[in-house]
Design a protein around this ligand. Structure first.
Ligand code: LM5
Length: 448
């Protein structure tokens, strides 16, 4: 291993209570809300099908013109309690909120920039209202924070000369001030999810990313920080030059997931994926007909896929400029909540089972139960289960209590029957297992 000053501060997973809670939460929601919700993907009569929160970039709008949108920021239908109820009913255990996205507009009354909610017709501290409302219903709040800040004159993509260097160090000091502000104003925050950290300027300042993680952990004991913040002494990101994960969980799975057969290495560390409903859109876009919108089962499939590999999943919502949510998002949240109400036992506090994946889809594991979450109902009416050596299935029940037939079909192989009723939605079978040394060898090995 090479010596690093700004590499991983810790090897292996964290097992303190705060990280256990982060891990056991499993299902979260993302909220992407900012000035970009006002134009909703359209600028000067042209609609862009790229990410709506990147409209400033697509339409090449200068910062001072873009920030004029603050004059229109007045979400009259914003009701933090309603947002909290929607999240509670969806069954999410935490919500990640964009405190400041790349545009530089702050949802809290920051003292270090004029581009905040204070200087809008709305005036009030939106972030404070949300932290209070979510916490009141037992939902943890995580902060999304974009280091890249298009509103700040000292932001640099790269450091070409001494002038850049001096400006960027001022920018990092400004960022420290905002992070300290967030950590001290909202001490119940549980996580910082950094974004906008891929540019040369940050990779050349790995020291600052290590300092930012350490500063937040001093200010808020137990707080978690994502790997995307981190660059090491040599500009290596997420994993340091010795291959060790930096931060507390890997955060590279954005709109994609690890392969359930080829990428089993991710089960060795904590990780969190995030996903959108229409492919490109995190912020509010007025026209969702421009791309495919995932249906509830497709969202569930991604949630279960992540948990089956020992990860968390965060489903994104992009509220409207008026502070209400579009109907499609309310419907998805309701459908997910309905399924989670019945089947959440196979998600919350569950982890990777380590069993060989089958075509009917995913396993999750908790204590001495293994859950089968069936997305693909086989015409054979038999669900193949290959167990690890010296493992026996004691019994199998549907989460509604219906007993399922279990037939041993070969060494360490079983068939589990499917429910009589076709629920027209993914269903969950809970297997009670025990390890058994005495495996009868009634099955002969083939001679080939
Ligand atoms: C969590 C997401 N990360 C931000 C982002 O900048 N992603 C990188 C990206 C944005 C637009 C086109 C390609 C790649 C998006 O705007 C969301 O905040």
């Amino acid at each position: 291993e090479i010596g690093l000053q700004y590499g991983a501060d810790r090897l292996g997973k964290r097992y303190d209570a705060a990280m256990q809670k982060f891990r056991e939460n499993r299902l979260g929601a993302f909220i992407h809300w900012g000035l970009y919700a006002i134009p909703g993907g359209e600028w000067n009569g042209q609609v862009y099908n790229g990410a709506a929160e990147w409209l400033k970039s697509w339409a090449k709008v200068p910062a001072e013109e873009w920030l004029q949108l603050m004059k229109q920021w007045n979400p009259q239908n914003f009701d933090a309690k309603k947002w909290a109820k929607m999240a509670k009913d969806m069954g999410v255990k935490y919500v990640k909120i964009t405190t400041k996205h790349h545009e530089g507009f702050c949802l809290w009354p920051s003292k270090f920039t004029e581009y905040t909610v204070t200087n809008t017709p709305y005036k009030k501290d939106i972030l404070g209202e949300l932290v209070k409302a979510y916490n009141e219903v037992g939902i943890d709040v995580h902060f999304y924070f974009s280091v890249m800040d298009w509103s700040h004159p000292d932001w640099r993509y790269s450091i070409k000369n001494q002038e850049d260097e001096i400006a960027f160090q001022r920018f990092l000091a400004f960022t420290d001030n905002q992070l300290k502000e967030l950590a001290t104003r909202y001490p119940t925050v549980k996580d910082f999810w950094f974004d906008g950290t891929w540019d040369e300027s940050i990779k050349k300042n790995g020291w600052w990313t290590a300092h930012a993680e350490r500063m937040l952990k001093e200010l808020i004991p137990g707080v978690t920080v994502n790997s995307r913040l981190r660059a090491d002494d040599y500009g290596k990101r997420h994993f340091d030059s010795n291959g060790h994960l930096m931060g507390d969980y890997e955060s590279a799975y954005e709109r994609r997931l690890p392969d359930p057969i080829k990428d089993l290495q991710v089960t060795k560390w904590d990780w969190e994926a995030c996903m959108t409903l229409p492919e490109n859109q995190w912020g509010y876009h007025k026209d969702w007909s421009l791309s495919y919108v995932k249906n509830p089962v497709e969202v569930l499939e991604r949630i279960v896929h992540a948990v089956s590999m020992g990860g968390n999943m965060v489903v994104n919502f992009g509220p409207q400029a008026d502070g209400d949510f579009r109907t499609e998002e309310k419907e998805i949240a309701k459908a997910i909540g309905k399924w989670m109400q019945k089947n959440g036992e196979c998600i919350y506090a569950c982890d990777y089972a380590g069993w060989e994946k089958q075509d009917w889809e995913y396993y999750t594991h908790k204590k001495n139960s293994v859950y089968m979450i069936v997305f693909n109902r086989p015409y054979s009416k038999q669900l193949t289960v290959k167990v690890p050596k010296e493992t026996q299935i004691i019994n199998a029940v549907l989460l509604n209590g219906e007993k399922m037939k279990v037939t041993e079909t070969a060494r360490n192989e079983y068939n589990v029957g499917v429910p009589k009723q076709d629920f027209q939605e993914p269903f969950v079978i809970k297997l009670e297992i025990k390890s058994s040394k005495t495996s009868t060898n009634k099955y002969q090995e083939a001679l080939t």
